[in-house]
Design a binder for this molecule. Structure first.
Ligand code: NOJ
Length: 852
């Protein structure tokens, strides 16, 4: 039980028990197109597909008070004029009871103030493009109450960045109307920026959506003007309309837009009232500026207004949402001796990964959704988890990513799904994630036909998915220095090593390893497809001969690359990180700072290029020089001096972000690499350290900041830190999901996390748990069982749906070892290998695995 909250008994809700958390704690409410971020106190914003291009409601960046505006319902006692909000914020009256339950796709805020018990359940139905606020009020006092209800959102209506930086002009296109018959406000914008360049180049077009905001109770007042509803020199905390108990009934054609609805009710003692507010979007088929008729929008919105005014339909939709998540999670369920790991793998890690798949690094409280769109490398990795459950969605994503490639194999580094465009930054790793996403998809689904699917390149012409994949590899393979190592370019996975290689001379050793893995995976795929029979059975048109010669070509490339890395990049106890345009080495014992980077140690193992003795030494160095009580740092010692020949990493404060934080995404690769070496105890230790505070048991530890290197200046600044990994005040952000990074002991705020929710950690941690620790790995030929667990585990089980069959796997560890399979039994029959066959659709099988 944390200070601020805890999981529900079934683990499917995180229950926040007081509103004054150290940061806004967020949840996501989403379907395929309509998305909401909501905090435990009702803050947050809504958007349609793209948080930049089609923002429905506003959210104020870096503002104080923070986490404003939101999805607010206010109550006003008309006897005495007192008012409060049902989500604590923004009025912040001290409730006698408060609880927020963040569930899978819904958030319920329950509160009691002035004898009125209120529950607001926020959710987005699975299909309809709207959000529901289902509200229940109970009069728990013994006096009849005469109350006004004000529901309120502040509207953005289109391009969120333009709204932020060009509001004085952009507000002239707002159009807010009220339609009594629908109890609804309709709002739109008569202009829509879709090109993120200079505004003079903008198309002459209107936003293609109408927003509607409707109450299931009769509306007796409304406002579309923010100035009128909130009033001058006021905020959401004390709106004038509420203070006066009366809206001004404003409809606007210019100005800051809001949607506020007023209902008046009376509640007898013990009486209950249920009602619903919905906020949704519909298409705008006509655009006639000020004279754009609202009728077509009403026609589209009215069925939804009607549907959601009926609480039976709300219950139905809410139950469907819950069923969807039960179904989603049922694809992989584990029962290990570690309840915290079970909770993470069975529920929250899967949930977080689905959210990262939907939003890349593009819509959170840290990624405001204004800048980069969908990250190419991020999207490829985020698919790792959802592919187990929703392969069709991943297939669509693969095709979408293929559309964002050029003929030569280079790719857009980020792109915008609604408006198109993006940026071709030239990051050296980005193309390599596509082959990994495709091979992962194929191992899970066996859908080899995708390889022959033809997709257009951005610069014209078409190629099959296999061709796209090979182009990616060829592009990086051909873009090497004369020593045969990939060029660093303007950055690799580490975006902040951004001034090493802009002149095309610096080399990324990590990209060399990533390339080696992409080639290795491709060789494996080609090898699988190589026989004529296989090709025919998969309906593929390729010739065995051509597949074989491709395979041989890439095999040679792999060995050459592995040889080059081992010849040039071994530093004695670890692999260097790269070289810069001036020929200086990065990540070497000879460097003053930034001596060792984690990624080239872990990927040396993951890519398979490291000989056994070097693999062990490299991972031992991670443990010796990078590990902290929260897991291994990204680099050590952190940079204290700006180095213009390295870049942004050296400008960042030591111990945070890419300058030596415990960056959880690379920690997942350390776990993977440790499993590959069979060191299950270390892998498990890293896994446990990385779990967020709600998965930790409270244990105060004294951390002596060991000088990682004698010359580390930073470590001398620190003496002893008392640290509790379960302390939510230290961690600050949501304790139920992974954050991008946790501050390392090299900074005084050690243990503080940032950039929660949207991080590659979610996808990889899930696969670390399922594939590498618990050892159930999809391959082209079936599920391979190859666990790497802590020695003290005696037994665990995994239920995994794979290619439409269900595998119930129990693993026993009678000799207390980390890895090694001695026997496998399927439905009571012993088999000779540790590869479980692909079972026919719908079948269920019971498998017992004995380690030894
Ligand atoms: C965040 C980005 O989303 C991810 O792609 C990147 O690799 C890390 N930052 C590290 O720089």
């Amino acid at each position: 039980m944390g200070k601020y909250g805890h999981f529900s008994k079934d683990g499917k809700e995180f229950i926040i028990i007081r509103p004054d958390t150290p940061a806004p704690w967020v949840n996501y409410l989403t379907n395929k197109t309509y998305h909401v971020l909501i905090t435990h106190v009702g803050g947050g914003y809504s958007f349609y597909i793209s948080p930049k291009d089609s923002r429905i409601t506003r959210w104020r960046y870096n503002a104080l008070p923070w986490d404003r505006p939101g999805k607010y319902v206010y109550l006003r006692d008309n006897e005495n004029g007192e008012y409060w909000s049902l989500s604590w914020q923004p009025v912040c009256k001290p409730p006698v009871f408060y609880q927020c339950r963040h569930g899978l796709g819904y958030t319920i805020i329950e509160q009691e103030y002035a004898h009125i018990r209120s529950t607001v359940c926020y959710f987005v139905p699975l299909e309809d493009e709207l959000e529901v606020w289902h509200i229940r009020l109970i009069n728990r006092g013994n006096k009849p109450r005469n109350l006004s209800i004000f529901s309120f959102v502040e509207l953005c209506l289109g391009h969120a960045l333009v709204d932020l930086i060009n509001q004085p002009n952009d507000q002239h296109f707002n159009d807010v109307r009220f339609v009594q018959e629908d109890n609804a406000i309709y709002a739109t914008k008569r202009y829509w920026v879709t090109y993120s360049g200079p505004t003079v180049k903008q198309a002459n077009q209107a936003w293609n959506k109408w927003v509607y905001f409707s109450s299931s109770l009769p509306v007796i007042g409304f406002d579309g003007s923010r100035n009128k509803f909130i009033g001058p020199w006021r905020s959401e905390s004390n709106p004038l309309a509420i203070e006066q108990g009366k809206c001004s009934n404003t409809m606007i054609t210019a100005g800051d837009a809001v949607a506020a609805l007023q209902n008046n009710i009376s509640l007898a003692p013990k009486e209950e009232l249920e009602f619903t507010i919905i906020l949704g979007v519909v298409d705008k088929p006509h655009d006639r500026g000020l004279r754009t008729p609202v009728e077509p929008a009403r026609k589209l919105a009215k069925p939804f207004i009607k549907k959601y005014a009926d609480s039976l339909n709300i219950d139905k939709e809410f139950n469907q949402l819950r069923k969807y998540w039960d179904w989603y999670l049922s694809h992989a369920q584990v029962a290990t001796p570690d309840p915290q790991m079970n909770l993470a793998l069975n529920i929250w890690n899967q949930y977080q990964n689905k959210i990262t798949f939907l939003f890349s690094r593009n819509a959170s409280y840290y990624h405001g959704g204004l800048l980069f769109g969908r990250g190419y490398r991020d999207a490829c990795q985020d698919a790792l988890g959802p592919v187990m459950v929703e392969p069709d969605a991943v297939k669509q994503r693969i095709l979408e990513m293929a559309q964002n490639q050029f003929k030569n194999g280079s790719v857009m580094h980020c792109y915008f799904p609604i408006t198109g465009g993006g940026e071709r930054t030239g990051h050296s790793d980005t193309p390599l994630w596509f082959p990994l996403a495709v091979t992962n998809y194929l191992k899970e689904t066996g859908d080899f036909a995708i390889l022959e699917q033809s997709v257009e390149y951005l610069d014209g012409g078409k190629g099959t998915i296999l061709q796209h994949l090979l182009n990616n590899i060829n592009y990086v393979l051909n873009d090497t220095t004369n020593r045969g190592l990939p060029k660093f370019g303007p950055g690799d996975w580490n975006d902040t090593l951004d001034y090493l290689g802009r002149q095309g001379k610096g080399e990324s050793v990590w990209v060399a390893m990533c390339l080696a893995l992409a080639i290795k995976e491709t060789v494996q795929l080609l090898k699988y497809l190589e026989s004529e029979k296989k090709l025919q059975s998969k309906g593929l048109m390729y010739q065995t001969r051509s597949i074989r010669s491709l395979r041989q070509k890439y095999e040679q490339a792999y060995f050459k690359l592995a040889n080059t890395i081992n010849r040039l990049c071994w530093d004695g106890n670890w692999y260097i990180r790269g070289t810069n345009d001036w020929g200086e080495i990065i990540g070497s014992k000879k460097c003053k700072e930034g001596k060792i980077f984690i990624n080239t140690q872990t990927w040396a193992v993951i890519s398979g290029i490291a000989p056994k003795n070097r693999a062990i030494k490299a991972l031992d160095s991670v443990r010796k020089y990078l590990d902290t009580p929260k897991g291994p740092q990204l680099v050590a010692p952190a940079y204290t001096e700006v180095n213009p020949r390295i870049g942004l990493a050296t400008r960042c404060v030591p111990g945070k972000k890419e300058n030596g934080a415990v960056f959880n995404h690379p920690v997942t690769w350390a776990i993977y690499a440790e499993c590959l070496l069979g060191r299950g105890d270390i892998a498990y230790e890293y896994y446990k350290k990385a779990l967020p505070p709600a998965f930790q048991t409270s244990k105060k530890i004294k951390v002596k900041v060991k000088p990682l290197f004698p010359q580390s200046k930073i470590s001398k600044l620190q003496s002893e830190i008392i640290y509790d990994p379960a302390d939510e005040d230290i961690y600050e952000v949501e304790p139920y999901v992974y954050a991008e990074y946790v501050t390392s002991p090299e900074h005084p705020t050690f243990g503080q996390a940032s950039h929660s929710w949207l991080t590659g950690t979610a996808a990889w941690m899930l696969r670390d748990g399922l594939d590498h620790i618990l050892g159930v790995k999809p391959t082209y030929n079936g599920l391979l069982v190859d666990p790497c667990i802590p020695k003290h585990w005696k037994e665990y089980s995994v239920t995994r749906k794979y290619r439409d069959a269900t595998y119930h796997i129990t693993v026993k560890n009678p000799s207390g070892i980390n890895c090694g399979v001695k026997e496998i039994w399927i439905d009571g029959k012993k088999i000779v290998s540790n590869l479980l066959p692909i079972f026919p659709k719908g079948e269920s099988h019971y498998i017992t695995v004995i380690l030894g």
